[in-house]
Design a binder for this molecule. Structure first.
Ligand code: KIV
Length: 255
C-alpha cells in the first residue's frame, strides 16, 4: 500500500531517518519501489542526467509531467515527489496550477526551490491541499546567477537567512525540506529547529535523511560526479562492457 505524505513528518517525530533518491523513468522507479526507500523524487536534475542539458534551468513543466507519469506508473508503495521547474512558480496562482498538473501526473508531493521569497507560492500550494517539500541552500535553478555550485550558510547573514527560511517553510506546513550544499553545522542546527524532516544532499550527516541523484549513486553519469556522492556501482562500465561484447559478437562472429 502507498504511504501517505504525513509519514515524512511522522518519521522525524519517531526518530527515524529518511532514505530518498531520484528516479526519472518507469523501470528504475519499479526497481527502486522494492528497495524500502521513503521517497522517490522526480528531480529536475533530469535536465542534466537524462536530457543532456548543462543545468536544470531549461527543464519545462512538460518534461516534468512526462517523467512524473512514467515514475508514478512504476510505483505501488513509495511516495513520489516532483520538482516544480524553473519559472513554474512566478506567481502563487501559477504555482498552484502547475502543482495540480504534477499531482494529476501522479506526484504525491511537489518540491519548490527557494526561501521566504517563495513563501506566498508555498502557502498557496499548501492551502490548495497539495503536500510540499521545500528546498534551501544551493538552488540549482539559480546556478547561472550564482556562478556555480557553492556551499551555503558559512557567513552569519546567510546562516541567519537560511534558519529563518527553514522555520517559515516548516511552520507553513511543508512535509520536508531539502538542504542542498548547506554548511554541515548549520544543516544540523536547522534540523534541530524544525519539526519537519530535513533531507540533506552535500550537507553533512546530521540531517534527518539524505537524497542523492540516482545516477551519482550507481555510476551512470561518469562525466560529472559531485564530491559528496560516493558511487556504490559502476553501471556505465557495465553497460559499455555488455554493448562492446554484443557488438563484437555480431561484427566478428568467427572471432
Ligand atoms: O533535482 C534534483 O534531483 C534535486 C535533488 C538533488 C535534491 O533537487
Amino acid at each position: 500500500m502507498k504511504t501517505a505524505p504525513a509519514s515524512l513528518r511522522a518519521a522525524k517525530a519517531a526518530g527515524r531517518r529518511l532514505a530518498t533518491l531520484t528516479a526519472y523513468d518507469y523501470p528504475t522507479a519499479r526497481l527502486l519501489d522494492e528497495c524500502g526507500l521513503d521517497l522517490l523524487l522526480v528531480g529536475d536534475s533530469l535536465g542534466m542526467v537524462v536530457l543532456g542539458h548543462p543545468d536544470t534551468t531549461q527543464v519545462t513543466m512538460d518534461d516534468m509531467i512526462h517523467h512524473t507519469r512514467a515514475v508514478a506508473r512504476g510505483v505501488t508503495k513509495t511516495l513520489v515527489a516532483a520538482d516544480l521547474p524553473a519559472g513554474s512558480c512566478r506567481t502563487p496562482s501559477l504555482a498552484v496550477e502547475n502543482s495540480r498538473k504534477l499531482r494529476e501526473a501522479g506526484a504525491d508531493l511537489v518540491k519548490i526551490e527557494g526561501g521566504s521569497e517563495c513563501l506566498p507560492a508555498i502557502e498557496a500550494i499548501l492551502a490548495d491541499g497539495i503536500p510540499l517539500i521545500g528546498h534551501l541552500g544551493m538552488l540549482p535553478q539559480r546556478v547561472v546567477e550564482e556562478g556555480g555550485y557553492h556551499i551555503k550558510g558559512k557567513s552569519t547573514a546567510e546562516a541567519e537567512r537560511l534558519v529563518s527560511d527553514a522555520i517559515a517553510i516548516d511552520q507553513a506546513g511543508a512535509s520536508a525540506i531539502v538542504l542542498e550544499l548547506v554548511h554541515a553545522p548549520l544543516a544540523a542546527e536547522i534540523s534541530k529547529k524544525t519539526s519537519c524532516p530535513t533531507i540533506g544532499i552535500g550537507s553533512g550527516k546530521e540531517c534527518d535523511g539524505g537524497i542523492l541523484v540516482l545516477h551519482d549513486l550507481i555510476g551512470l553519469f561518469p562525466w560529472f560526479r559531485p564530491k559528496f556522492a560516493q558511487p556504490r556501482a559502476d553501471v556505465a562500465t557495465t553497460i559499455q562492457r555488455a554493448v562492446r561484447e554484443y557488438s563484437r559478437e555480431i561484427q566478428s562472429p568467427a572471432g
